[in-house]
Design a protein around this ligand. Sequence first.
Ligand code: MN
Length: 348
Amino acid sequence: MHARSDRYLGNMAGPASRSRFANAMKIASEHGALITTHDVPDCDGLGTAFAVQRVLFRRNAQADIITGPHIHLTDPLVERLGIKTKRWSEIPETDSRPIIVVDTNTPALLNGMSSRKNQLLMVIDHHRVGKTVLKPLFMIDNQSAISASEIAASLIEKRAIDKQIALALAVGVASDSERLNDADVGTLSIFESLLRIAGANKKEVDALAYPDLPPAMVAAILEEMTHVESALYRDMVIAVAASRLENPAILANEIRDMKATIVAVLSEQGGGWHRVSFRVRFKDAHSGGVHANDIARMTSEICGMPENMRGGGHIDKAGAMIHATYREIADAVFAAAREAIGQAAGKQ
Ligand SMILES: [Mn+2]
């Protein structure tokens, strides 16, 4: 498909993408950059952002990583690599550095960035491009990639990938591919090369990509759950829960680990808004065709959200902000989940 080149580790980007990347990095070297990723950043988004920042640092550019609040899942990676992130509130409106977005193309998942007028320089992403999409100067999108990190590993020249960048990208790949269970040969070969450069083994990388929650935190997360209900449909468990935690993703992961096929966790944000985290078991998302981003979109649509606010994300994890009551959203999730399961069964 894409021309092989000894200058790069992987083939998740073709010559056109590589020249877009080079052009964007040239502009960012001159003007600096604000690098950001989707809300509730994960290891893939942070790993890719860190790699881009490090390449820019080596060119003496001022590059900051700006994100929303982190959850525990990224703590070990952040600590290990000393990744420094800022909040948008720390960046003055007068800061005119162009913005680089990695691991999403959905404006709905970039809440902190929405009021900024800075030039959108580049997007590097592996998610489906929806109707409402960011329009950067340089768009690099490869939907056949399982992670943004493996795209980055195919854009940055091999000689510029140092130990730190390699580790960040390896953890990103592992985190998005669920311990590489679903990775194909292209991803595996990039991962092996990254491990070699990082001087790390797979076990070390797994520990950073899938940190275990301390028992006290699991107890605290369950304590904050206010409600849970479930339905069985075609032998699949659909679970909807509500949590007082501001970030519902943490509970959504825990419930998915209980082997529910489809999970939605709601957290009230005030003003009638709910933040909703959607999860689909990896196997059902990747082999079964039941997609979390479809369910997020359908749920938002059923709840009457306008087209540009229908959430999005990965096929196994997605998010949305929905203006509706708990009951309305829960009913919409069950309807959307049944629809998604039915559609997936029809395609098999
Ligand atoms: Mn990703």
